[in-house]
Design a protein around this ligand. Structure first.
Ligand SMILES: [Zn+2]
Length: 125
């Protein structure tokens, strides 16, 4: 039995949109290398979507370990070019995944944190 309690419907018009563990999701298919990725379906609105949709791994061309490694380097303060050299990926790739991960982190923050203190420094660049 798949544990889908951390997933929610991503269809913005759906009454169960954003509700985790609401019991509305089922696994309809498995795909990708080793059939490791799940296609989910919402019983409420009938939408189907990849379990990776909305995460930096969605439609990723790099292997997941590589994406994680790139993001770990960036999170530790390595610059884009430095990370590219250390992980042996193109700097543009580093920049792209950083942007994806930044947006995902912001969304998660907004969901999990009730009050965010203002920061005069503005957004992280
Ligand atoms: Zn739905």
């Amino acid at each position: 039995m798949d544990d889908l309690s951390r997933f929610c419907c991503l269809h913005s018009d759906c009454p169960d949109h954003g509700r985790r563990g609401a019991g509305n999701l089922t696994v309809t298919a498995r795909y990708g290398p080793g059939k490791a990725r799940r296609m989910l379906r919402c019983r409420t609105c009938k939408a189907r979507f990849s379990e990776r949709k909305g995460t930096p791994l969605f439609d990723a061309r790099l292997p997941p370990e590589k994406v994680v490694s790139v993001l770990e380097h960036v999170a530790e303060g390595c610059g884009v070019r430095q990370t590219g050299r250390l992980c042996r990926v193109n700097p543009n790739t580093v920049a792209r995944y950083s942007r994806l991960a930044g947006g995902h982190a912001r969304d998660l923050h907004d969901e999990l944190v009730a009050v965010s203190p203002p920061d005069d420094r503005g957004p992280v660049r």
